[in-house]
Design a protein around this ligand. Structure first.
Ligand SMILES: [Zn+2]
Length: 173
């Protein structure tokens, strides 16, 4: 079964991945004919663009009565084996793919946030109350990110607390 990186980035659709079967004579087949079933000696990761993975998964180590790649060799369910190697191929040939996917997720999250803010307003919260919760959450996120990478954590936390206090003590809208 082929894998598709299905997040709406058109160039990714030129790279359908799959575990390709390697036959006794060294040729490959994506099919599951009777000949293939008998002559398959193993599998490697493959892509529709012609790329082939380096790792060979021997049928001796991964028994298969049908000649099709076992789940452990396919790796789709666990994000391992031939599937994982194909994903690394995608990362190399489309280094912007992660940017696309994260930006797309951000759009989704922003829409969810918009809906949640609307629901909170309908439930009776004021704009400053909602803003305070949002800013506090952003401060927590910024603080945890900074604590991993940079030493300026204290400054960021303090400025965040100030802004939250400012909202709480400010005039209600
Ligand atoms: Zn490819």
């Amino acid at each position: 079964m082929a894998w598709t990186h299905d997040t709406g980035y058109p160039p990714a659709y030129d790279h359908p991945g799959y575990p390709v079967a390697v036959l006794l004579d060294g040729t490959e087949t994506g099919g599951s004919s009777a000949r293939a079933a008998a002559e398959v000696i193993g599998w490697r990761s493959a892509c529709g663009c012609g790329w082939r993975g380096m790792e060979f998964h021997s049928r001796r180590d991964w028994p298969s009565s049908t000649g099709l790649a076992p789940d452990a060799v396919d790796g789709y369910d666990t994000g391992t084996a031939t599937f994982a190697e194909w994903q690394r191929h995608l990362d190399r040939v489309l280094p912007e793919l992660a940017v696309h996917d994260l930006a797309r997720r951000l759009v989704d999250v922003e829409e969810q946030l918009r809906v949640a803010v609307h629901a909170a307003r309908v439930a009776g919260l004021s704009s400053p109350q909602i803003r305070a919760v949002s800013q506090a959450a952003r401060g927590i996120a910024a603080g945890s990110a900074v604590s991993v990478g940079r030493p300026a954590r204290g400054a960021r936390s303090r400025s965040c607390e100030r802004s939250v206090v400012g909202v709480e003590t400010g005039p209600p809208r």
